[in-house]
Design a protein around this ligand. Structure first.
Ligand code: FAD
Ligand code: SF4
Length: 510
């Protein structure tokens, strides 16, 4: 029986059971497609990373004897659309069956179901063998429960997969060391330089230019350094375990003008493209911890594992539980447009200049920059969540809808009304100053609320709470902030709101 098997650009799992034996009756098809380069305007480094990773994957598996058809973007025979690519491959080898791995994106899932229903040969779908959970495991777990707090899911996952658990109790006595993970980085301990894998990507950049693919951000065609091959990703994991993990948890929330990556792993692209599995990442971290190769405190290890076993699997489960309605949610009725400086980094607000500038330069910002600087500002200025989603989905190297939208629309913009986060992640300058050195060199003063030099976050924060107070009146976690708001003298609040309104109406002047 001749079979065509489709592999999407984020399904680069070399350890998938599909590849355990070589079978000449199976043809694998992969394609660089306009459908995928154009569904949102991506960062140029993101497109380059995916194309490079796909090409390397194909090379590795072809070398092992698997039969591949691979369409480059500029291949004259490339039909560019998924349906035509599948049909052409089926006809080309006169296939009896078409198979695919379940996509992680709703739009591709729908498209593949529709394509299969129109084919007149047998079809079949397979698990990607990547995640710890199945698509609907989270939905089943929360069935009948009022709230979907991540912590309960995370504890279930620790027990189920026997990760840092002894006799059903957490190793070290605590499930969660989040409180210990809140240090500002003040120059010590030294941060090891990130692992780089410099390569020339001129050919792909020319290909994108000639095809007139619209992208955002910057790239140095001679020194693209992200890990994209299996070997490079494994080296990055090893480097993380040896060099960065010992301080990961301590400085997880810290931000610094001169340090883009701090002690973060930079493994999100490797995992989201499925070059590395979450299990092999967690196993490597646990080995490092238990083998006592380096002296690592339990809070660093737990802090890291929570992100992958907890948050990453949780976001995937929420996505499949809530889509497609999730994509339209805008509970706070925010409708403003993103300011132009999201595409230039050209603002006097130092925290945003650095976090956005870094996103445009490197296609990367770490969690707290995405949440408490950029996302915080977008929420306080009441930007339409569609606009915010499009920006995040385009700009980051690791942005794929299932993990982008749940983090952005859910965790960061509270547009889902509290499905993911129990309260909105908003703050004044106080938090940013506590966790970074941004405010020290800023045009604005982090202590002032009004006046030309006052930090915009300060008036925007109180204005947001005041304008959205109806939405939060039942939310107990907001009680303290709302009580402070209610105590504020009305003329002082009016002054703050006047400044906030001016800022919102003139965002690109700030
Ligand atoms: P590390 O800090 O080293 O963390 C290790 C790993 O944990 C990450 O590689 C990632 O796989 C996982 N992880 C950590 N936090 C989360 C989270 N909240 N949700 C899911 N996985 C998590 N992550 C993406 O992979 N793609 C996105 O498009 C994305 N968009 C985001 C948008 C917003 C507004 C926010 C607040 C967060 C977003 N995240 C996203 C989560 C997180 O910011 C990134 O996973 C992380 O910054 C990637 O860098 P790292 O690999 O160095 O992570
Ligand atoms: Fe950002 Fe305000 Fe601090 Fe400036 S003062 S860096 S705008 S938080």
């Amino acid at each position: 029986m001749k079979i065509v098997r489709l592999i999407l650009g984020d399904q680069l799992n070399q350890n998938h059971s599909w590849f355990s034996t070589v079978n000449n009756d199976i043809t694998y098809v992969m394609a660089e497609m306009r459908q995928e380069t154009d569904y949102v305007k991506h960062h140029v480094q993101k497109v380059v990373a995916f194309f490079l990773a796909m090409r390397n994957f194909k090379e590795d598996l072809s070398t092992k004897g698997h039969r591949f058809i691979y369409y480059k973007l500029n291949d004259k025979k490339n039909p560019q659309k998924l349906e035509q690519i599948i049909l052409k491959t089926i006809q080309g080898i006169n296939a009896d069956k078409f198979e695919y791995q379940l996509p992680d994106e709703f739009r591709l899932d729908q498209q593949l179901e529709q394509i299969c229903s129109s084919l007149n040969i047998a079809t079949g779908s397979h698990d990607t063998e990547h995640f710890y959970t199945t698509r609907f495991e989270l939905k089943d777990f929360y069935k009948g429960k009022k709230q979907m707090v991540m912590e309960s899911f995370y504890r279930m996952m620790r027990k189920k997969h026997d990760i840092m658990v002894q006799n059903s109790q957490p190793e070290g006595g605590k499930w969660n060391y989040d409180q210990s993970n809140r240090n500002k980085w003040k120059g010590q301990p030294p941060i090891p330089k990130e692992k780089e894998f410099v390569k020339n990507v001129d050919e792909i950049i020319k290909l994108l230019k000639n095809a007139n693919v619209q992208t955002i951000g910057e790239i140095d065609s001679e020194s693209f350094a992200w890990p994209v091959t299996r070997e490079e990703c494994l080296t990055t994991l090893d480097y993380f375990c040896n060099q960065l993990l010992p301080h990961f948890g301590d400085y997880q929330d810290a931000m610094h003008t001169d340090k883009k990556f701090l002690f973060h792993s930079r493994l999100s692209f490797a995992m989201n493209a499925k070059i590395l599995s979450p299990k092999e990442v967690i196993d490597a971290v646990l080995n490092q911890f238990y083998d006592k190769i380096t002296d690592i405190n339990i809070s660093q290890v737990e802090g890291f594992i929570r992100q992958i076993l907890g948050w990453r699997e949780y976001m995937r489960g929420i996505y499949w539980k809530e889509m497609p309605e999730y994509k339209k949610l805008n509970t706070l009725n925010n409708t403003n447009k993103l300011p132009d400086f999201f595409w230039t980094g050209n603002t006097k607000m130092n925290c945003l200049k650095k976090a956005i500038g870094q996103s445009l330069d490197a296609s990367y910002a770490h969690h707290i920059q995405r949440l408490m600087v950029i996302g915080n500002f977008a929420l306080l200025t009441q930007i339409d969540p569609d606009e915010v989603d499009n920006w995040y989905l385009g700009v980051y190297i690791d942005a794929i809808e299932w993990v982008e939208i749940t983090n952005t629309r859910g965790m960061s913009q509270f547009a889902d009304g509290g499905i993911v986060a129990t309260k909105p992640y908003v703050s004044s300058a106080n938090y940013i100053n506590k966790m970074s050195n941004y405010c020290g060199n800023c045009h604005y003063s982090h202590t002032k609320k009004i006046g030309d030099k006052a930090c915009p976050f300060n008036s925007l924060y109180w204005n947001f709470l005041s304008e959205k107070r109806e939405h939060f009146k039942e939310n107990q976690r907001m009680n303290m902030m709302m009580a402070l708001l209610n105590k504020m003298e009305s003329n002082k609040l009016a002054e703050i709101q006047e400044r906030a309104t001016f800022i919102i109406n003139n965002l690109d002047e700030f």
